[in-house]
Design a protein around this ligand. Sequence first.
Ligand code: PHE
Length: 466
Amino acid sequence: MSAVDPLSVPAAAAGSAFAPAREAFATRLGVLLATLGSAVGLGNIWKFPTLTGANGGAAFLCVYLLATFAVALPVMIAELAIGRRARADAVTSFERLAPDGSGRRWRWVGGAGVLAAVLLLAFYSEVAGWVFAYLADAVSGTALSTDAAANAARFGALSADPLRALGWQWLVLAGTALILACGVTRGIEAVTRRLMPVLFLLLALLAVRALLLPGAAEGLKFLFAPDFSKLTAGVVLTALGLAFFKLSLGIGAMVTYGSYFRADQDIPRTALRVMLADLSVSLLAGIAIFPAVFSFGVEPSAGPALVFMTLPAVFAQLPFGGLLLALFFALMAIAATGAMLSILEVPVAWLVQRGWPRPRAALLATLAVALPGVPAALSQGVLADATLFGRTAFELYDFASSGVLMPLVAIATALFVGRAWTRTQFADALGGPAGRPSRLAFALRVLLRWVAPVAIAVVLVQGWIG
Ligand code: PHE
């Protein structure tokens, strides 16, 4: 523990008792867009819309919102508050703010977050690599075939070719590292501030185009028509898992970004805005995708099949299909970039805290991801049969991060803030209008102490046995 007791200083005034001699986000809008950049990712495009459509439309959205407000949003607020109060990377933050004498134990929570970030990025960057490869193809006009089987073969060829799979993954990682090496303000903030508006513009354009298609109503029905009979216990857990992944929780990313928040930033309000904007992106993505899918009578699919096989075939049949496809992959590339910046920043911030110069920290963190990334990249090709517990490296990393580490870190985070901090300390850490009635803090604390840990534990166990 440091000599200063961070919890005895009103955080709303200074943001933290620790002198923020570090870099931080410069503007409030920058804070918002960088955090939104993390939340908006591949999940908005290939997970959210299909899950919503397949699990009851508007009924699923109700459950998603409930899971978000009761569990995900409180954990997000807790992560951001921890980071801003400690003004440090994920590991140091937990260590600094832990009750006396328990710092060494709590820092493992941050350590698990760093590990989760590395594993998550080891396969997320592979998918992002495919996106950039397709973007390059779409721009040069070669990704288009109206035949879904031809597209499947094309995707198979890309993902099974070791050189191309690895090459694109490394390119994507190198780009991310380069941005991070430029710094928090001049790297993360500058890039996300420019890219996020472009993302919304592209999305609006694609959504309007899709709504003008003859099959639009069918697509909207798939997405939104409420079907409460689909709401099983499994669907509720799916919604909770999705809410978590969407808000980038459980890897220390929000702790790290929170440590760059301005002292006057109202954390609950920022989290709510990010969540609503992220939800809008997901819904608009669904509106951009499904009317097109339905107007050509194609079965809606999810994941790589939707993005790399179905959609190119669908877009190819539209006027200016090549252009639309290029715009769509540009949208995906932007979404993936903002998310990857926040994932890689977790180990980078940790190294910087330990005295590494930022560019070198970015290089080392990238190597730490690229190494385990190799078997992930090859798992669609030469290493397809190399499995452990019946899973390829790609699937193993996915399970170890989203299925094990991220929920565990999230539970620990909820308990850390809900139980180790007093109500006043928590209310102070949230920031916002001075003297804001602590009713909000009270409600959030109840959710963090009881509701969130139990709900996440259920998802965790369900993931293991299901
Ligand atoms: N929120 C990102 C998405 O939707 C994924 C992510 C998870 C990013 C965890 C950072 C941390 O794709």
